[in-house]
Ligand binder design. Structure first.
Ligand code: MRU
Length: 353
């Protein structure tokens, strides 16, 4: 897979390294960063060069292979021990998006279950990372198309509000929430996207708007505190957001501000959809109260670029995600269909019988 600016693939295996689109520099600069080592991949995830739950899962899978490649031993036990350390490093980068942990666990499982030489295990790890990458792309396309069946049937051309960036940049490509937007646009069902700017890091203003502009999808950027006003004016027909972790009861962690958006959507009778792959569902957590919430550096709040916004002496709280209770979510759009949040647990039962 290669990158052109209208087909966006944020994580690409390229000869013997991983190419990442540097998402900290968009929309002003389109820069590719080449990653050769697992520590550099860990740093790229932590500093949000690559971000978005499925994309960091794919990046971590390649990070596991890069780490495996660095291990110089032919002894299987020593190799697996050292691979566990690579996994630990990658797991320590960001706590909320479960796709990171899901992808690393899948890579570890494959390593333990491959019998053969260390070189053969390494080769299998590369193939597994590539499979995770390719599967995520297909999954997003399926989410996009399934989303079409969930959207309101009237009016024929919809306006969809989204929060943060759950687009191609946040996945292997195509996107989850923006996957639904892309499919709606392709089918002539979309009038325009409203993109919340998404304080403090502005993923909506910088990344979602960039993706839409690349594809000619009409996009209007609003500040986060304008959503209720736009809804009251009848400007929004549906809200579609992504997810970082969904608990078994459907409670959903996503970018900070998602919860208040769900409340105002409910107050205005506007359907509120979560679009996410099943790898984002953490069936081990009964509800959202157990989802770990990342807290980030206060400078994301008190500073924009080099400009300090707040007088010294003030204190800060900077949670990067919040949890939207399942009761505020109309439906969860996945690659396997559209579920009411209460039916997620039933889906897991069906999978295990
Ligand atoms: O902090 P970020 O930019 O990684 O947060 C991203 C989000 O909250 C996305 O909505 C979520 O990961 C879904 S991406 C398909």
């Amino acid at each position: 897979m290669t990158n052109s600016q209208s087909q966006v693939y944020p994580v690409v295996w390229h000869h013997d390294s991983v190419s990442l689109i540097d998402q900290t520099r968009l929309p002003n600069e389109y820069t590719i960063v080449e990653i050769h080592r697992s520590e550099d991949m860990a740093r790229a995830i932590k500093t949000m060069i690559v971000r978005g739950a499925p994309a960091i899962g794919v990046a971590a899978a390649y990070g596991m292979y890069l780490g495996a490649r660095e291990i110089e031993t032919s002894d299987r036990h020593e190799f697996l021990d050292r691979l566990d350390k690579v996994a630990q490093l990658l797991r320590s980068t960001r706590p909320t998006a479960v796709n990171l942990f899901w992808a690393i666990s899948r890579m570890i499982k494959v390593a333990y279950e491959t019998f053969g030489t260390v070189d053969e295990i390494k080769q299998t790890l590369l193939e597994t990372a590539q499979a995770i990458n390719a599967e995520d792309l297909q999954t997003c396309q399926a989410i996009g198309d399934n989303g079409l069946t969930a959207l309101p049937t009237t009016p024929n051309q919809l306006t969809i509000l989204t929060h943060c960036n759950a687009g191609a940049l946040a996945t292997a490509g195509y996107g989850t929430a923006l996957g639904v937007v892309r499919s709606a646009w392709r089918e002539g069902r979309l009038e325009r996207v409203f993109a919340d700017e998404t304080r403090p890091r502005l993923q909506g203003a910088k990344l979602t708007a960039w993706e839409c502009v690349q594809e000619g999808i009409p996009v209007t950027v609003i500040t986060d505190n304008m959503a209720a006003h736009c809804m009251k004016q009848g400007l929004i027909h549906a809200v579609v957001v992504g997810a970082d972790r969904i608990a078994a009861n459907g409670d959903t962690a996503n970018k900070i501000g998602t919860y208040s958006l769900a409340i105002v959507a409910k107050a205005h009778n506007i359907p509120f959809f979560v679009a996410a792959p099943l790898s984002t569902v953490d069936f081990e957590l009964a509800d959202g109260s157990q989802i770990p919430i990342e807290e980030r550096n206060p400078e994301e709040i008190y500073q924009i670029g080099d400009t300090i916004l707040v007088p010294s002496g003030a204190e800060f709280y900077n949670p990067a995600f919040d949890v939207t209770p399942a009761k505020l979510i109309t439906a969860i759009i996945t690659e396997n269909g559209v579920f009411a949040p209460v039916n997620l647990a039933k889906f897991q039962l069906k999978q295990t019988v």
